[in-house]
Ligand binder design. Structure first.
Ligand SMILES: [Zn+2]
Length: 454
């Protein structure tokens, strides 16, 4: 295609400066930034500002109730603006003993960069900055206005971003947005996601005696661990059905067009099962039934449970406290706040009023129309650069602040990034391919160029 070759001068620059781009990414990766543990957050925000300053932006940190948002914008030749949404926080690196190299060393091995946060999503921050650097080095002024919103709380469900967006609508304003993640599927084919699931993340706490006691007193002293197990069992039974009243009321069935799109998805079931290390999917689902479950149904997951003694050997103790984390992924048009309120009322009604609940994370599900111009821009540029058309998914199974930053303002968004199916985001040995990182830098230039022409 003509457009791809017209950027050859920029691509040549990117290839000849690949080492510098990789080093800049490694510097960012070697700076830990675990929001959940308040580890290295201020240092990373400052480092991201330095990166943006190095490509001629004048970044600033905008305070929130939590970690600050790094914001920067720069005008371009055309009076339209493309937003880049990213986050500088990452997940905790543990379990550390499952990593083959130090998660903060950013080792390059077998053509891949191995580090916590490289796929999610520091590789994309670095690719976007490097793309802008390359464009400016060869072409001068950017073809369009660009703005960066890089928050520090995505991995803890973006608790401050709604306040940020509502207080700063002019900073969020854009003609379209490129989302923080993206990449190739298990066959190496690029993927596009036009929607995210929402999330309702709740901590449940049960309390018993004043302190842990000898378990012989279990004859007459309540056990908070059992209380919590029974409450969880009431919330979701063995049939997988979520019993919170109204939970499924706002789940909208897919349209005929969406079902057709699901039928057209490539079949990755065998490879996925092998990668997951399980013999079959839940309930033995496959084909369309599996896709419908993955992309159009909500989840209710016990993400953690803690109580009593969990070390080696036996300790005969009656715990005084129990805590569980419940992670619910929502689909259109479920409301995380309404679901939390309904969960609270349900527990009270079922006699679990002693169990405390705290809403730790809430995201509305959000979507972009499949015929949004930015979706075509990303799809066409993927095709030019990767030599194959992307697989278009109606939704990602993940969540993020798409509604806060984009949907509530009517801004279309689309994913594009440097990850791949075995990037292991959130897990040990997170990685991306060096070649994908360099291709991702070119993709940013192609997107800016195509968006300026569209
Ligand atoms: Zn993540």
């Amino acid at each position: 295609m003509a457009v791809a070759t017209e950027l050859d001068d920029v691509y040549t620059y990117i290839d000849s400066h690949a080492d510098e781009s990789l080093e800049e990414l490694q510097t960012l990766l070697r700076q830990p930034s675990v929001a959940a543990q308040n580890h290295g957050m201020a240092e990373t925000a400052a480092l991201v500002e330095d990166m943006l300053r190095s490509v001629g932006f004048e970044p600033r940190q905008i305070a929130t109730a939590g970690y600050p948002v790094v914001y920067a914008e720069k005008p371009g030749q055309r009076d339209r603006t493309l937003g880049f949404y990213n986050h500088y926080d990452v997940q905790p690196a543990d379990p550390l003993d499952e990593w083959h190299s130090d998660p903060w060393a950013a080792e390059v091995r077998d053509g891949r960069i191995w580090a916590r946060g490289v796929a999610d999503n520091k590789g994309n921050i670095a690719a976007r900055v490097a793309g802008i650097r390359a464009w400016q080095a060869i072409r001068g002024e950017l073809p369009i206005g660009v703005k960066f919103i890089i928050e520090g709380e995505e991995e803890i469900s973006s608790p401050s971003l709604m306040d940020f967006a509502v207080s700063n609508p002019e900073l969020c304003a854009a003609d379209a947005c490129i989302w923080e993640f993206g990449g190739r599927d298990i066959d190496g084919r690029p993927q596009i996601h036009l929607r995210l699931k929402g999330i309702c993340y709740v901590e449940l706490r049960a309390t018993g005696a004043r302190q842990d006691w000898h378990s012989s007193v279990a004859t007459s002293v309540p056990n908070p661990a059992w209380r919590l197990v029974w409450a969880l069992n009431a919330i979701k039974g063995e049939d997988g059905h979520v019993n919170i009243p109204g939970f499924y009321d706002s789940v909208t069935p897919p349209t005929d067009a969406e079902i057709e799109a699901l039928r057209a998805l490539p079949d990755h079931e065998a490879a996925r099962l092998e990668d997951l290390g399980i013999p079959e999917f839940l309930e033995g689902r496959s084909g369309l039934e599996l896709h419908l479950q993955d992309y159009f149904q909500p989840t209710c997951t016990v993400s953690g449970f803690e109580s009593g003694y969990t070390g080696d050997g036996a300790k005969t103790v009656l715990p005084s406290r129990a805590k569980a984390k419940l992670d619910m992924r929502l689909v259109a048009n479920q409301d995380p706040f309404a679901i939390h309120a309904s969960l609270r009322a349900f527990l009270d009604e079922r006699g679990f009023d002693d169990i405390e609940t705290e809403l730790l994370g809430a995201q509305y599900p959000a979507r972009t129309s499949p015929d949004a111009p930015i979706a075509a821009v990303v799809a066409e540029t993927y095709e030019d650069l990767y030599g194959q058309s992307p697989v278009v998914y109606a939704t990602s199974q993940g969540s993020g602040p798409w509604y806060q930053l984009c949907s509530q303002f009517g801004i279309d968004a689309c994913t594009a990034g440097v990850g791949h199916a075995k990037s292991q985001a959130h897990a040990p040995n997170e990685n991306i391919y060096v070649d994908d990182f360099i291709l991702g830098i070119k993709h940013i230039c192609a997107i800016m160029d195509r968006f300026a022409r569209s």
